[in-house]
Design a protein around this ligand. Sequence first.
Ligand SMILES: Nc1ncnc2c1ncn2[C@@H]1O[C@H](COP(=O)(O)OP(=O)(O)OP(=O)(O)O)[C@@H](O)[C@H]1O
Length: 305
Amino acid sequence: MSDTILKATNVSKIYGKQKALDKVTIEMKRGMIYGLIGENGAGKSTFMRTIMGLLSIDEGDIELFGESGKKGLQLARRRMGQSIETPALYPELTARDNLRVQAANGGVSEREIDHLLRLMGIEGTGKKKVKNFSLGMRQRLAIASTLITNPEFLILDEPTNGLDPSGIVEMREIIQRLVHERGITVLLSSHLLDELSQIATHYGILHKGKLVKELSKEELANETRQYIELETTAVQKAVIVLDELGISDYEVVHSTGIHIYERLDDVARINRALVLANVNVTRVGTTRQKLEDYFLQLTGGTTNV
Ligand SMILES: Nc1ncnc2c1ncn2[C@@H]1O[C@H](COP(=O)(O)OP(=O)(O)OP(=O)(O)O)[C@@H](O)[C@H]1O
């Protein structure tokens, strides 16, 4: 069985004169959680729609589960679920009855419905009607309904949009559970890098239809790593002091600068030790390039939230 779930090569979509997608190439392997990040209008939904076959492409190739061509893609898409165009939830029905309605044609058992409700953490909603659900609960039910067909690859369009911070954390946990318990590969989107920063294993930054950067979770962590920035005119002496303090994860970045990647809460102590050793410290402090700053740097834009 191929490990490549999605291979989109040079995919373009043009609306009139506007290129909503401009030669986007993305490859996803089984088990990945791929976060597509971009501001409003960057092309995230358009990309997801083309992958699901809800929208035709003007250029490029799409391969799903190793299948290509019209027939092959049609078959492959049966193994996928999506939240871009899900059936509307019935506000007058309970969560369970909503799933029952959607499961009606698929021969899905009550046991499976129970499992989905539990998986999404909405098993306790009982007789409560969906119209009285919070946005977070509704989002969970919407995802539960995409799981009815037991997809191997799930596409979620902005699943954290509109949720409060605790709702975002819960949604992240749910998505991680899907990956760990069901082995589902997930492509999801957000206009905020921060919202997906703890769950995605890979990131693609989309800007004006172009994929401007692709990086793994580890690469992102490195690029936005927090450290103590130490400026001193005596780098060599400072390094000796750091060694004496048992600090080994540091980097001399230039003739007067050191980045220390550990003991971030110990700035005062490190400073004291340096001063005691007669090291002239011109600046010491913790810095971190915030994720959203990093994102703006890549897209050269201003934040729209
Ligand atoms: N049916 C359409 N006709 C014309 N232009 C469209 C159509 N759908 C999308 N667009 C344009 O294509 C570009 C990409 O839109 P898309 O919805 O994919 O962006 P997005 O990143 O998903 O943003 P959002 O978060 O706002 O949904 C936008 O400039 C949008 O105006």
